[in-house]
Design a protein around this ligand. Structure first.
Ligand code: ATP
Length: 513
């Protein structure tokens, strides 16, 4: 399936089966805002649990907190968000539509890539079996010309963005004759910086209100609590603080489903280390986070690890973990060595010391920080994009199946009495009662067994237990595997051990411990 079609299929599948709905849909929705439905909420909670347990349960030196979304406004001055958390925006004077200047340029570059693809297709047609794609791309004059132009544009855009040269950013749009997709005109305004933080006011008495922000990241809630946690938890460096929570950004180009939203969730961990040891810990966390992702079994080829060449002013090393989303490889997680920038900034703005006293050397210092930051919603989309499969079966029929890692699936088991009589529903209920303290279970007795299996495939339930007449005689059931569709007969008393091996938290976390 074409990658773009895949996104459409996933969006409609999510809506049809209760994973994700457009927010406030009865009022025609709200742009870039989504609600997680009954299955989506379960999957999201399971992804959170996988992260939380891997961080806090498997590392005795990492603890988790849950800080407030509202923070003292000076927090955002200190962190640099008030002054520098901006996107460069440009308006088209005819359509009155607003765009991100860098996105207009990226779309231009993407069009050039498509042109190269067209040249390659032409070459393929012309040369048939003897076509050598690598050689064609390296030598065809048209391809080389487009590539050279692309490189020039990329370089100029990068420099303009890095130097906040908004005039040149605009000039580049003009020079490339980029038109507004709505009006078709080149009638552009100046480029202006637009802060991404949402603000609101606190206090109900007129005149007494002050501007506060909805947090654009969860990390600052960790930094301001660094000493509280260190002292109350008697934490010794190195140690980490983890947090999962909502973050808000007024993204102008918010699209691509739940990949870029204005309200989203982050799972962030700040790891505090002794200055000088940060790059060793940075490498440690890069590896640990890779392992965490690969452990889900979504396919190694779906990940790309990309080191940043140009670093933010406060970082001394950074990389992204990218995932092969239906829109191509895009950032899923960032790992950053943030030096002592944040804690020092908070010291400066609060006038409070945020230092660690090292009892072994009798010295105090501001620790350095390694940050791992992953978007929960992007994790959700990565799981769904890798799991969504349309299969043609041997008998010619088709099925849509979500091959979600078993421990993350909303329902772990479906319990299905073969028919609605002869005591089979009662036996099925008995099995449910035996398992439901440990696992989420769906009971279904409607329609043919084949239809019921398809329904469970479509929502990603890894195992279906069928209760038949033999069950009543021998206390055994058939258990069907969602991915292979094979069935085996097992004793009811073996079910807990079977499920423990295949879909418990320990089955997933075991390889990380
Ligand atoms: P991008 O370049 O894609 O805007 P970013 O570099 O600004 O992302 P960070 O500030 O590093 O992102 O945030 C950490 C993580 O939070 C990202 O890796 C991503 O998974 C997630 N994230 C950031 N912005 C959004 C958003 N608007 N919607 C959903 N998830 C987001």
């Amino acid at each position: 399936m074409e990658q773009k079609d895949l996104l459409k299929e996933i969006i409609s599948h999510c809506k049809e089966y209760g994973y994700v709905f457009p927010s406030s849909e009865i009022y025609d929705g709200l742009a870039a805002t989504y609600d997680y439905g009954q299955l989506g909420a379960e999957l999201k909670n399971n992804i959170k649990t996988y992260w939380w347990k891997a961080m806090t349960q498997l590392n005795s030196n990492i603890v988790g907190i849950d800080s407030a979304i509202f923070m003292h406004p000076t927090t955002w001055k200190a962190s640099g968000h008030v002054d520098a958390f901006n996107d460069p925006l440009i308006d088209n004077k005819d359509s009155k539509k607003r765009y991100r200047a860098d996105v207009l340029l990226e779309e231009y570059l993407e069009k050039q890539t498509q042109k190269i693809q067209k040249e390659v297709e032409k070459g393929e047609k012309r040369f048939g079996d003897s076509f050598d794609k690598t050689q064609f791309i390296a030598t065809n004059p048209n391809v080389l010309r487009i590539k050279e132009k692309q490189t020039q544009v990329q370089e100029r855009m990068k420099t303009a963005l890095n130097e906040s040269n908004l005039e040149d950013l605009r000039q580049l749009i003009i020079d490339l004759e980029i038109v507004c997709p709505i009006s078709g005109s080149k009638n552009w305004t100046e480029v202006r910086q637009f802060n991404l933080m949402f603000s609101t006011s606190l206090g109900s008495v007129a005149g007494e209100s002050s501007t506060i922000y909805l947090r654009p990241e969860t990390a600052q809630g960790i930094f301001v609590n660094f000493l509280n946690v260190q002292k109350s938890g008697r934490m010794k460096i190195p140690f980490g603080i983890a947090q999962i929570g909502k973050a808000f950004r007024n993204e102008i180009v918010a699209r691509q489903f739940i990949f870029r939203m204005r309200e989203f969730e982050q799972m962030e961990m700040q790891f505090f280390v002794k200055p000088g040891e940060e790059l060793t810990w940075y490498e440690h966390w890069k590896e640990a986070r890779k392992k965490w992702h690969l452990n889900l079994g979504l396919g190694e080829k779906n990940y790309r690890f990309h080191d940043h060449i140009k670093l933010a002013h406060y970082a001394n090393a950074a990389c992204d973990i990218e995932f092969n989303f239906p829109m191509g490889f895009k950032e899923l997680e960032g790992i950053h060595s943030r030096t002592d920038f944040d804690l020092k900034q908070h010291e400066l703005h609060s006038g409070k010391k945020l230092q660690y006293f090292d009892p072994s050397t009798n010295e105090s210092y501001v620790p350095f920080v390694i940050e791992t930051s992953v978007g929960l919603d992007r994790m959700f989309l990565s799981v769904l994009s890798a799991s969504y499969t349309e299969e043609k079966l041997e008998d010619g029929s088709e099925r849509t199946v979500l091959k979600i890692p078993a421990a993350l699936a909303p329902y772990k088991i479906a319990v299905l009495p073969l028919i609605k009589k002869d005591g089979l529903p009662e036996k099925a209920q008995e099995i449910m009662r035996m398992l439901h303290l440990d696992y989420t279970i769906q009971y279904d007795e409607k329609d043919s067994i084949g239809k019921r299996y398809r329904r469970q495939d479509a929502i990603g339930t890894p195992f279906a237990i069928t209760v038949d007449h033999e069950t009543l005689e021998s206390n055994t059931v058939t258990i069907r595997n969602r991915d292979t569709m094979t069935q085996e007969r097992i004793a009811i008393e073996s079910l807990p051990a079977f499920l423990n091996t295949h879909c418990s938290w320990s089955s997933l976390l075991g390889a990380l411990a």
